[in-house]
Design a protein around this ligand. Structure first.
Ligand code: HEC
Length: 98
């Protein structure tokens, strides 16, 4: 009986966890920014691996507002599709890439 209760608690804990930044990176960013954000996207962007989370968040919010570099049009819809929580989660993961 105890085991069943433990199992239920751990399942609940997992589903309460915040957005999965790693999964978001793999599905939404990897194709252009590369393995562990180590490539310049489409040979144009800066390499964002290891960027402070706050820097990535500021940059993405900039794209949402129509700011950015020559290829900002590519990032705008991607930025717009990220929720606050997703953005925080993915920015944290990018900061952890070295
Ligand atoms: C279709 C390709 C593509 C995808 C997918 C993509 N990016 Fe980008 N990203 C770019 C390009 C191109 C730029 C450079 C845009 C510019 O000129 O400002 C860029 C720029 C950036 C920058 C700013 C870097 C700089 O040079 O100032 C950040 C931060 C960033 N992307 C994060 C992300 C995140 C996080 C995701 C996933 C949610 C993502 N990108 C998905 C192509 C992509």
């Amino acid at each position: 009986m105890k085991k069943v209760v433990c199992l239920l608690i751990s399942v609940a804990a997992v589903s309460l966890m915040a957005a999965d930044g790693e999964a978001i990176y793999k599905s939404k960013c990897f194709s252009c920014h590369g393995e562990k954000a180590s490539k310049p996207a489409l040979n144009k962007s800066q390499i964002i691996a290891g960027w402070d989370a706050s820097k990535t968040i500021a940059s993405i919010n900039g794209y949402k507002n129509g700011e950015g570099g020559a290829m900002k049009g590519i990032m705008k819809p991607i930025a717009a599709a990220l929720s606050e929580d997703d953005l925080k989660a993915v920015a944290t993961v990018i900061a952890s890439y070295k």
